[in-house]
Design a protein around this ligand. Structure first.
Ligand code: FAD
Length: 514
């Protein structure tokens, strides 16, 4: 059945492409006739068919470089006026860091959202409840740098900051602060959105609330976020960054759950699975200090499955927090010889993945295919999941980090489009793999895709109630199952805000009617 639907989708795509190619000269001249501050390009648009996943490549007919929100609204209104028969679609492209073509539009129009960013679009507002107004195309790293000038910072992050505000708000934006502040979509006060009819709408909890909630986690289906108002807090200056190891998953998970449920706790809580890593703690020593160097040097990681708890505590350099940290750590049951600590600035900590990116780029290892798989696993099923996936299906973690950490559902707003497992605590499990071009069948792209398939099949067979994060599905039935009881609301919102299914075709949820 899945194959049949895939074949249908491919045929549909071919038909649309042929139709659009035949219409292309008309589309080009009609777009050029629009009165815009920005401009279109019709050639050399290959970049818009590439993303971080590096597996799907669909070339658009045109790329819009908007100078303001009206450029986006006029373009979408134009496509809307062409009607369903044009087959033309529009995809916002933030930083293009999707994994399966979600920000692409085959023969359609890609809106290069970064053209909308820039200093004049970034405004910090001080006061009792400070916030920043930012362009949807702004990168989080720039938001951070601007806010720090006022001693402020957003509360909730992703592990990597070179992603756009609109791109992460269309998904969720999850990192180690989310247990306390919720994901990034829980920290937005207002949005400016261009709907699939080309209307510019300001929305918030108070005004146009249905659109506001729909767009958050809405996979770009209901509108293009052109502006967002993000809550801020006083920015920490420094960070104590701690790593400890466990050999037993249930002790590791128990400690994580204890930490995310305590009032007095760390500021960031994540975890990693490490299978058969050689010389792990020695590798850490290049940037972390072991509390007991002699004991640490005797710890052997080879051949083991280990679980690394990663924590931070923010601090002001004028105040010593070592005692407080010691007291927090004393509640945990990690392997004592594996306590490693370092001290870095807040920016250095938040921008840590970029440092890794620069290293990987210099070795030509950044632009590889990335068959990432992100799952949300209910707390009641995480032990079974760990036993089967980390103990059986996954035999090593050489292809990239595997993250595991719990989140509090109470920090998520169930009026948004985002769907979570139906339990108070659920785990994010992220398989962040890269495929090395290889001659052996054990680490190529197909191998990793098969591994992901096995993990998903296992979750399905064992009926674990798992949801995908940054979901990728090929059939409507799968999307319906993903949204569950929320599917009808999702469809109603689509009919209300993008009835011709013009927006974000790369998510493959709805197809533009012809
Ligand atoms: P794009 O890939 O450009 O777009 C993603 C989707 O959103 C597309 O459907 C697009 O059409 C739509 N879209 C883009 N901009 C807008 C807009 N302004 N309005 C409406 N729709 C829009 N995610 C986490 O939650 N936590 C992490 O820690 C994390 N770490 C990551 C690390 C790396 C190295 C990478 C590559 C990704 C990571 N992600 C993480 C995933 C990331 O949040 C998503 O892939 C996100 O979509 C990327 O943002 P982008 O700006 O590149 O979006």
């Amino acid at each position: 059945k899945e194959n049949k639907t895939s074949i249908f989708f491919t045929l549909f795509l071919c038909y649309t492409c042929i139709k659009l190619i035949l219409c292309f000269p008309n589309i080009q001249s009609s777009l050029q006739s629009l009165n815009l501050q920005g401009h279109f390009t019709f050639e050399n648009n290959e970049f818009a068919s590439i993303d971080f996943g590096n597996q799907f490549h669909y070339l658009p007919s045109a790329v819009l470089y908007p100078k303001n929100v009206s450029d986006i609204a006029s373009t979408i209104r134009h496509v809307w006026n062409l009607g369903p028969a044009s087959g033309l679609t529009v995809a916002a492209r933030g930083h293009g860091h999707s994994f399966q073509g979600q920000a692409q539009a085959a023969q359609g129009i890609v809106v290069n959202m970064e053209s909308l960013s820039g200093q004049q679009m970034l405004q910090v507002h001080m006061g009792e409840f400070p916030y920043v107004d930012v362009s949807g195309g702004e990168l989080w790293i720039n938001v951070l740098k601007e806010c720090l000038k006022y001693g402020l910072a957003p509360k909730s992050w992703t592990d990597y900051l070179h992603l756009s505000v609109g791109g992460t708000l269309s998904n969720a934006g999850i990192s180690g602060q989310a247990f306390r502040h919720g994901p990034q979509i829980s920290n937005v006060r207002q949005l400016q959105v261009v709907t699939g009819k080309g209307e510019v709408v300001i929305c918030s909890e108070e005004n146009n609330a249905d659109l506001f909630h729909g767009v958050l986690g809405g996979l770009g289906q209901f509108g293009i976020i052109t502006r967002a108002r993000i809550s801020l807090e006083p920015a920490p200056k420094m960070v104590k960054w701690i790593r400890v190891l466990y050999s037993d998953f249930s002790t590791f998970a128990k400690d994580q759950e204890y930490l995310i449920s305590s009032k007095n706790t760390f500021d960031y809580i994540e975890g990693l699975v490490m299978i058969n890593k050689t010389n792990l703690v020695n590798y850490w020593r290049s940037s972390f200090n072991p509390e007991d160097p002699v004991q640490a040097s005797q710890f052997v990681s080879d051949g083991k499955t280990l679980f690394c708890l990663e924590l931070t505590k923010n601090f002001d350099p004028h105040h010593n927090i070592d005692k407080e940290i010691k007291s927090l750590l004393s509640q945990l049951s990690y392997i004592p010889s594996t306590l490693f600590v370092t001290e870095v600035s807040y920016v250095e900590f938040l921008d840590r993945v970029h440092a890794a990116e620069l290293k990987l780029r210099s070795k030509g290892l950044w632009d590889l295919p990335h068959p990432w798989l992100n799952l949300l696993v209910p707390k009641s099923k995480i032990q079974t999941f760990a036993q089967n996936v980390f103990g059986d299906i996954l035999t090593n973690t050489n292809h990239g980090p595997v993250l595991v950490y719990p989140l509090n559902k109470s920090k998520w707003d169930n009026r948004t489009s985002f769907v979570t497992p139906d339990e108070d605590i659920f785990y994010l499990v992220a398989f962040l793999q890269h495929a090395v071009p290889s001659t052996t069948e054990n680490d190529g792209l197909q191998y990793l895709l098969n591994l992901n398939k096995r993990i998903l099949e296992y979750c399905e067979e064992a009926n674990l109630g798992v949801k995908q994060y940054l979901p990728y599905y090929t059939t409507k039935e799968e999307w319906r199952a993903h949204f569950g009881t929320r599917w009808e609301v999702f469809v109603q919102r689509k009919l209300a805000y993008d009835p011709l299914a013009i927006l974000a075709p790369g998510q493959r949820i709805f197809q533009k009617a012809i």
